[in-house]
Design a protein around this ligand. Structure first.
Ligand SMILES: Cc1ncc(COP(=O)(O)O)c(C=O)c1O
Length: 419
């Protein structure tokens, strides 16, 4: 067994480190559902589109959720056998591409989209309806409940479209699995108040993603708000640090197995109510992103400079989308210990909020020390920008073997096509 420090120090930092064995473990968490339930996983490609990861998931029997024509082409290239196509503003071109693909189910997001698709398709096509959940953050997605009846009527009277299922997605990091019951209750109301024949061809209920992972903490609203603004006064800084110190004490306590067990119980109760109303069995589709890949990827970096109460790393916080709203534990792996250091950990970018955390685990960092930032798998590889510094390379661990698959972006990769 190679020590963490040894395998890290043989690669040039900074880099993403993918642990495929961990992805495999994360897939197993979805096995708490009763055997009688037919559950299918559609990995949300947007969470992390690293191609070898997609191939690995396909080999494990996972299907795919895509949200653009580009992602659809990628899903086809990898060879996924079942695809669901989401997205709030699908273009005509994307709808045409999806309609041609036999193994793709389009999830209709608006009445406009429904109208366009009716004109495009010339043979029987199974579709789903994405229902708009109640939360305002996600209000641009899906068909509002006041318009669901219109959509149902149009599908029922359409020559070629058949309703195969319903879809919800209510955001990432749903801390309480009970939250899903609000979504499923909305669906129950829709079914109860509509003619039953509208649902004759239903085969699935898709409740999206939102399942958590280990070690990525969503900051509370005040903390997130303060972290986003200019770091201008001592009060907000000390408040955010006090919150981070709380996270450090508590983050290991999240019992993911318990979360997934409760999730399975709650969802199976509601699914059986829905099946009773529909008078038939239907599949449960889930679209995990974060819960499959979030904690299977760490970022390894080095301390480039230390200044009074500050450490500057060789990786910038632009590796994570929305980094101010999330906190990740950082460890000094050159000199590990259980100590907690109260020091700001910055990236090297010329940006005022290029700040990862206000504390870290281990002995005080010195120039050249290695750090790991954990649970950096979701909305990082697919979203990180090439701002000032290069995009990161990738090292993977699979069956206990470690190898580099992508080197960091070079001058040639980025600029040579312009000259
Ligand atoms: C429609 C849809 N499904 C699934 C996901 C994945 O969510 P998560 O990463 O919380 O699992 C997303 C993420 O935004 C999404 O938009």
């Amino acid at each position: 067994m190679i020590s963490e420090f040894n395998h890290v120090s043989s690669f040039k930092t900074p880099f993403f480190f993918y642990d495929f064995d961990k992805v495999h473990d994360n897939i197993r968490r979805f096995s708490y559902f009763p055997k009688s339930m037919n559950v299918e996983l559609f990995y949300a490609m947007k969470a992390n589109d690293y191609p070898p990861l997609l191939t690995f998931l396909k080999q494990k029997g996972i299907h795919i959720e895509v949200a653009s024509g580009l992602e659809l082409q990628m899903a086809q290239k990898v060879g996924f056998d079942k695809i669901v196509f989401n997205g709030p503003a699908k273009t005509n071109e994307e709808l045409e591409l999806a309609a041609k693909s036999k193994n793709t189910t389009i999830l209709i997001d608006s009445l406009n989209e429904l109208e366009t698709l009716q004109k495009i398709v010339s043979a029987k096509t199974h579709i789903g309806i994405r229902i708009n959940p109640f939360s305002s953050t996600w209000s641009k997605f899906g068909i509002h409940k006041k318009n669901i009846k219109i959509a149902l009527e149009q599908i029922a009277s359409s020559k070629n479209l058949e309703l195969a299922g319903f879809h919800f997605h209510a955001g990432s990091f749903i801390h309480d699995p009970l939250f899903y019951k609000h979504l499923l209750n909305q669906l129950i109301t829709i079914i109860k108040t509509s003619p039953i024949h509208y649902f004759n061809s239903i085969t699935f209920i898709n409740i999206g993603g939102g399942m958590p992972c280990y070690g990525k903490i969503k900051r509370n609203t005040l903390e997130g708000l303060l972290a986003k603004g200019p770091i201008k006064n001592f009060l907000s800084e000390s408040f955010i640090r006090s919150q981070e110190l709380q996270h450090m004490k508590h983050f290991e306590k999240l019992d993911l197995n318990q979360w997934f067990k409760s999730f399975a119980v709650i969802i199976s109760i509601y699914m059986s109510r829905i099946e009773t109303l529909l008078q038939k069995k239907v599949k449960l589709y889930l679209e995990p992103g974060t819960s499959l890949i979030g904690d299977a990827v760490n970022v390894y970096a080095q301390a480039v400079t230390t200044k009074y109460n500050k450490v500057l790393l060789d990786v910038g916080s632009n590796i994570e989308y929305d980094h101010n709203n999330f906190w990740h534990p950082i460890y000094n792996i050159t000199s590990p210990s259980d100590d907690i250091q109260k020091a700001n950990v910055f990236g090297p970018l010329c940006a005022r909020d290029d700040l990862f955390a206000r504390c870290y685990f281990g002995k005080p960092l010195k120039k050249g020390d290695y750090v790991k930032i954990i649970s950096m798998g979701a909305y990082t590889f697919s979203l990180h920008t090439s701002f000032i510094k290069s995009r990161l390379g990738v090292v993977i661990k699979k069956n206990n073997t470690i190898k580099q698959t992508v080197t960091g972006e070079t001058f040639e990769n980025k600029y040579s096509s312009f000259f």
